[in-house]
Design a protein around this ligand. Structure first.
Ligand code: GDP
Ligand code: MG
Length: 286
């Protein structure tokens, strides 16, 4: 039995969470095209007959601007302790540049093998992929480099095999059927936040957080928090249309998670400056 921990590093939006989901074989981390979608460390667990690969999906490296981003960066730093390897994710569709080199400085100095995943190669021309692989290979002394598409699954099995190879012999750290370390309540809150992120833009996504109040037999009660009244108006929408749409999108995934139909009671609330509120951040597990 091989088992161990791999930290997933990379710029925001390169597809770290999508790749963790693909490697874990199911949705554990929410995904959006908004930066800061991933706010806390989430374990995505790949279980096989001969392995348990625990991937730490992380917020992107960033310069802290408030208590929220400071907590996020602290999470990133501490997640690099006691790991067996780093999975360094790059976006094949973007220019590999200063942002990636900044992260390379941090990941290649850890004394653990670094596997590079060049993500989003779907629908890219082979010549372009080759050029990007060449650029990626100059970022540091990597153990292996895999072109993958987290979206289509291309190259993901090979990448998983490579990572499992790097793990030591070890025990099961989680029950073999478990795919994440988030509680069911936390997973539901994340799914609701994902839908809210998909439907909002500009500064609003940064100001949204979600919390589950209660999961009963047939009802899930949850709240979306924003920081100002005008953000609340946006999230509620005309005659409640926006919050209804968020609920409509989230409910099927919540039902799949719980295994039965539920009514989703979703309220939008204002909590001024929650991003600077240490107690709120602690409550949210950030
Ligand atoms: N075309 C394509 N898009 C991807 C792929 N992986 C992720 N994305 C998209 O990239 C965006 C950011 O993904 P996410 O996993 O949230 O990135 P993260 O910030 O690094 O965790 C989302 O819109 C994803 O749908 C991929 O392999 N191909
Ligand atoms: Mg993410």
């Amino acid at each position: 039995m091989k088992s161990g921990f791999v930290a997933v590093a990379g710029r925001p939006n390169v597809g770290k969470s999508t790749l963790v989901n693909a490697l874990a074989g199911g949705k554990v981390a929410i995904v959006s095209d908004k930066p800061q979608t991933t706010r806390r460390r989430i374990f995505g667990i790949s279980n096989g007959d001969d392995h348990q690969l625990v991937l730490a999906d992380l917020p992107g490296f960033q310069r802290p601007r408030d208590a929220l981003t400071e907590h996020m960066q602290r999470t990133v730093d501490s997640s690099f302790e006691d790991i067996d390897a780093v999975l360094f994710v790059l976006d094949a569709r973007a220019r590999i540049g200063a942002g990636d080199r900044y992260i390379a400085q941090r990941v290649f100095s850890r004394g653990v093998p670094v596997v590079i995943a060049l993500n989003k190669v779907d629908r890219l021309k082979p010549g372009h992929i080759a050029t990007q692989m060449n650029t990626a290979s100059r970022l540091g002394d990597f153990h292996a480099l895999h072109p993958v598409s987290a979206k289509t699954g291309e190259g993901v099995d090979e990448l998983r095999d490579e990572l499992v190879e790097l793990l030591p012999e070890g025990p099961l750290y989680f029950p073999a059927e478990q795919r994440t370390d988030l509680s069911v309540d936390e997973q539901i809150a994340e799914l609701i936040r994902e839908k809210a992120l998909q439907l909002t833009r500009d500064e609003v996504p940064h100001s949204i957080t979600a919390e589950v109040e209660e999961v009963e037999e047939k009802v899930v009660r949850a709240s979306l928090y924003v920081e100002t009244d005008s953000q609340k108006q946006i999230l509620v929408g005309k005659g409640g249309s926006m919050v209804r749409e968020i609920g409509t999108r989230a409910r099927p995934e919540i039902e799949a998670l719980l295994g039965h139909p539920v009514f989703l009671d979703l309220q939008v609330k204002v909590r001024p400056r929650w991003r600077r509120d240490e107690r709120m951040l602690e409550r949210l597990g950030i």
